[in-house]
Write a protein that binds this ligand. Sequence first.
Ligand code: ZN
Length: 243
Amino acid sequence: MVYDYSMIDELKQKIADSESIVFFGGAGVSTESGIPDFRSEAGLYAAMKRYYARPEELLSHSFFMRHADIFFAYYRENLVHQGAKPNAAHLALARLEAAGKLKAVVTQNIDGLHQSAGSKNVLELHGSVHKNYCMNCKKRYTLEFVMAALVPKCECGGIVRPDVVLYEEALDTGLMIKAQEYIHAADLVIVGGTSLSVYPAAGLLAGYAGELVLINKSSTPYDDYASMVFREPIGEVLGKVVA
Ligand code: ZN
């Protein structure tokens, strides 16, 4: 791949000039760590072939309530990737935060890789596989606990579920407001690995008038508003920018 190094230098300069950066990321950030997107065509095919259902159904609240065993089988196979390691994008963002430049990472991913890379202020809009709780008594459990049983049960008898937002469930309003506040207070928002086409991603940037940089393999509805658009893999771009 041929790199336009003038663009890398330009983004470096924008970061140097910025005092408050927010990163907003989607599935594309995780795919570069070898975590496949279950919403992709390959993900859909795999789910239909093995479970005769679409990922959106398997991961819905009503399906979970009816068939927790099948939900957990699909969930463990397709949403939990315990061997995955942070990639160059995660590491670059952690360094920007440590340098005082980056104020928050807002992510739609549930894998916890930003924290593994060292990021502290991570707003996980869809929750995390590392957080789990008993639906009855709210006691907290580890991912390892959830991975060890067909349907994980609390000592009180309640089902232990992942603290991730399933289809048909509402996002945490407080967290969404916090994310929006960070974005509106930023002077530079870098968006990566999301096409910004679906809720809640699309809404988060509404009303943001500051500088916007997009790093995504396909086009987004915000391309015309961005001051820079990169089509290269996000790990390669951020890895070069934060060298
Ligand atoms: Zn319990």
